[in-house]
Design a protein around this ligand. Structure first.
Ligand SMILES: Nc1ncnc2c1ncn2[C@@H]1O[C@H](COP(=O)(O)OP(=O)(O)OP(=O)(O)O)[C@@H](O)[C@H]1O
Ligand SMILES: N[C@@H](CCO)C(=O)O
Length: 317
């Protein structure tokens, strides 16, 4: 009997300078996995089982789980293109904390769609699947944004186009950048963290946002890493969201003092990240964040790099 497992990595939404349009996948340098997994196999009726360290924080009923909603949405899209589906049993290993800023719902959504697409012999191409992923992410967070689902699915650092094809572009990676990431342990709802943002931005902010993004993309393509890091500043969300994050200003001050190239909120927080040009600097910042930024026993930190590969799927061995 066919049984498959999909693994979908955590991700940084926004990467400070690209609100809703820039994202990056994450892989701990110690080789550990940081992301949700979805197993799928044939069954007589649909079922979803949830396991893993954060399963107890999920909604109690399987119908409210985004993975169940992905299954129903996938079946409806299959029907639209004249293809049939069969019932499946799915198991979600919920390894990412909910409301963490690590793209937790995106990780479940991407793993679910990649598992379903592989199980039913790849009926949908990358852009179609990404559009479906964005739709489901929008249902959960109140607005469609691809900056978690895209890097989670395709890997690397991705820039959203606003078009249906291609949905996303991959940017060059800086091989010697290390990301010190720390989840504080508290939960911040993405929808709530979007609600506190102003609905309009002023002209000066719009010009800074556009200039930073243009310079960043140029600098990555030109291999001018210092220039790229110099514009990693959030003028859209951080000024409003940092009040939700105890210890944020101190964490930034320490990271800058240790020589971090940039520091910011991952997605809608509370996870923060510091970009460093050596693994040693990132380890020193992680040690500080472990002691001072983590608020409770759910918190954790890692030194990560951005992996070229996103979600993987294969037989369960
Ligand atoms: N498999 C799932 N994974 C995560 N959240 C889920 C899942 N299924 C249902 N939910 C619900 O979706 C909502 C997700 O909220 P939100 O978008 O704030 O979190 P998130 O995606 O975990 O955040 P982040 O992107 O910051 O990690 C929560 O209400 C949660 O209970
Ligand atoms: N771009 C989204 C990411 C949420 O994880 C936001 O900042 O609201």
């Amino acid at each position: 009997m066919k049984a498959l497992r999909a693994y979908a990595p955590a991700s940084i939404g926004n990467v400070s300078l690209g609100f809703d349009v820039l994202g990056a996948a994450l892989a701990p340098v110690d080789g550990s996995r940081l992301g949700d997994e979805v197993d799928i196999e044939s069954a007589d009726t649909f079922s979803l089982n949830t396991v893993g360290p954060f399963a107890h924080k999920l909604p109690g009923d399987a119908d409210s789980n985004i993975v169940t909603q992905c299954y129903h949405y996938f079946c409806a899209q299959m029907e639209k293109v004249g293809k049939t589906t069969t019932p499946v049993a799915m198991t979600l290993s919920k390894n990412l904390p909910i409301g963490s800023g690590l793209g937790s719902s995106a990780s479940s959504i991407v793993a679910a769609f990649v598992a379903l697409n592989a199980f039913f012999d790849y009926p949908f191409d990358e852009d179609t699947l990404l559009t479906m992923m964005g739709e489901l992410e929008g249902q959960i967070s109140g607005s469609i944004h691809y900056d978690n689902v895209a890097p989670c699915y395709v890997g690397g650092m991705t820039l959203m186009t606003g078009a249906t094809s291609p949905v996303t572009l991959s940017l060059p990676l800086v091989k010697d950048w290390y990301y010190a990431i720390c989840y504080s342990g508290i939960s911040v709802s993405t929808a709530a963290a979007r609600d506190i943002l102003p609905k309009q931005v002023d002209m000066a902010t719009a010009l800074t946002f556009g200039r930073q993004l243009g310079v960043f993309v140029h600098a990555l393509h030109a291999g001018e890493n210092e220039l790229a890091a110099s514009v990693m500043k959030d003028v859209i969300a951080e000024p409003y969201r940092k009040q939700l994050l105890p210890g944020f200003d101190d964490a930034r001050a320490f990271s800058e003092q240790e020589g971090a190239l940039a520091f910011g909120i991952s997605g809608s927080g509370p996870t923060v990240f510091a970009v460093c040009d050596s693994e040693e600097k990132a380890q020193r910042i992680v040690a500080y964040l472990d002691e001072h930024y983590i608020q409770n026993e759910d918190g954790f930190s890692h030194v990560c790099q951005i992996p070229e590969q996103g979600t993987t799927v294969g037989p369960i061995t």
